[in-house]
Design a protein around this ligand. Structure first.
Ligand SMILES: C[S@@+](CC[C@H](N)C(=O)[O-])C[C@H]1O[C@@H](n2cnc3c(N)ncnc32)[C@H](O)[C@@H]1O
Length: 262
């Protein structure tokens, strides 16, 4: 597919709109994304028998590619394989990143146990994902973590940033929910679209309309059921999956970045 200047301007507007919508739910989202890029940078200091000069990154459930875009700003030598199932978000990603030879966009369903077969590589320095794995049921998430333990190179790093309660501070975590809701209300006071409104706007764009219809069929609406266990569940599941270390690398109230090293 040839990407034109008009495609890029169109995609930039949708990228901006997606990021604003997501930041309406997570005002600290830019910090979450930067923390994931920190992991990628750190992975180069953990011994690699592969000895790659530049990190090869898997951006899992990439959406429009927000993490990949930030990654390439901070680590211009990085390469990213960005995977998602959503044809509308991938269309936006394709229009803004499709001409960049450091990026490969892949359509794959993470619920399909064979999803790694769709990847053009079998070993990654880092796997990063944000606000996405709570879309998978428990059994699928455990299987996915086992897949990631095979896909990360020895010494490779995995980071999952998502809503994850803090089991060590349950009362404070509950109290922080009200504070976080207040922050979200203040950010959204500028009238930015929420989740449902954003998808209605996308459905009204003739370029995206068919893709939005397709993703609504796939997900049975705008969003599937959620599985969002606390951070210690993820830490245990990553260790069970075979990672040599796992823990909370960063926390923002009731959101956390759980990381693991193979
Ligand atoms: C809230 S979005 C986050 C996207 C991106 N990581 C970001 O931070 O902007 C959740 C993403 O998970 C993707 N996703 C959910 N279930 C999936 C599945 N079974 N296979 C592949 N991607 C999936 C969705 O399509 C969507 O792009």
């Amino acid at each position: 597919m040839t990407v034109t200047t008009e495609d890029v301007a169109w995609a930039d507007a949708w990228q901006d709109s997606w990021d604003r919508q997501q930041e309406g739910f997570m005002p600290e989202r830019p910090a979450r994304i930067d923390a994931l890029v920190d992991l990628v940078e750190a992975s180069s200091s953990i011994s690699s028998p592969v000895g790659r000069p530049a990190p090869l990154v898997l951006d899992l459930a990439c959406g429009t590619g927000s993490i990949t875009r930030r990654l390439l700003e901070r680590v211009p030598t990085a390469r990213s394989i960005a995977v998602d199932i959503d044809p509308a978000l991938l269309a936006i990603a394709q229009a803004s990143l499709g001409s960049d030879d450091r990026v490969q966009l892949v359509t794959a369903n993470l619920l399909d146990p064979d999803w790694p077969a769709a990847l053009p590589a079998t070993s990654f320095d880092a796997v990063v994902t944000a606000t996405a794995l709570h879309w998978l049921p428990e059994a699928a998430l455990r299987r996915l973590y086992a897949d990631l333990a095979r896909l990360a190179r020895p010494g490779g790093v995995v980071g999952n940033a998502d809503a994850m309660a803090n089991p060590e501070l349950p009362q404070l975590g509950n109290a922080l929910e009200a504070v976080e809701a207040g922050l979200r209300d203040r950010v959204r006071a500028d009238g930015r679209p929420g989740w449902e409104e954003w998808w209605d706007l996308a459905a009204a764009d003739p370029v995206l309309a068919d893709a939005v219809e397709e993703r609504r069929r796939f997900f049975g609406g705008n969003h599937p059921a959620e599985f969002d266990p606390p951070a210690d569940w993820h830490v245990r599941a990553l260790r069970d999956a075979g990672f040599s270390e796992a823990g909370v690398a960063y926390r923002w109230g009731n959101g956390a970045l759980v990381a693991a090293v193979r």
